[in-house]
Write a protein that binds this ligand. Structure first.
Ligand code: ADP
Length: 166
């Protein structure tokens, strides 16, 4: 059975992430989305919120039989090994992603040679899209509907209302 792990912060999930999830889930038998909890950058959404949003999106897209969502901390390769994964899935938007992603993939390959990283290049319409863009627009009350899955839109606005930024 081919298992892939797609790690990230997903703060929050965007349509760019969803596109990678859909495409990667066709390539492997099972895809585990790994939501990072130990990153040094502070996230706006708690890990519970980020996992909840992903689960809504998985359900809405009828991917429950192929895709599951887990949070993890520690080394990505340890998480991937614990999930019996043979692949790590990452997305590449622009050349600016490349240096960092290459370094990450090569380091992970050194640590665990049995696990390979697969890159999906972004679809053109999402190449500019990042969670930070979504956060910035939402923090000013702007329209995020074309950037994130419909089912999380209201919750993103609610979060910014709760923290008092809109
Ligand atoms: P990280 O903090 O690890 O970069 P992100 O949640 O920002 O986590 O991204 C997770 C993965 O999804 C990364 O491989 C990133 O390059 C990819 N990704 C993010 N946005 C897009 C997009 N718009 N199109 C394709 N891949 C993307």
């Amino acid at each position: 059975m081919k298992i892939g792990v797609y790690p990230g912060s997903f703060d929050p999930i965007t349509l760019g992430h969803l596109d990678i999830i859909i495409r990667a889930s066709k390539l492997v038998d099972h895809l585990v989305i790994g939501v990072l909890t130990n990153i040094s950058k502070k996230t706006i959404f708690t890990v519970e919120e980020r996992v909840r949003f992903l689960n809504w999106v998985i359900k809405e897209n009828n991917l429950e039989s192929k895709v599951k969502v887990e949070s993890f901390n520690g080394l990505l390769v340890d998480f991937a090994k614990a999930q019996n994964a043979s692949f790590i899935v990452r997305g590449l938007r622009a050349v600016t992603d490349f240096d960092y992603e290459l370094q990450l993939a090569q380091t992970n390959h050194k640590l665990v040679p049995e696990i390979d990283t697969i890159f999906f290049t972004t679809r053109l319409e999402y190449s500019y899209l990042s969670s930070s863009t979504v956060r910035e627009i939402a923090s000013f009350g702007g329209d995020i509907k074309q950037f994130v899955p419909e089912c999380i839109v209201q919750s993103v606005y609610d979060k910014y209302k709760a923290i008092g930024s809109v």
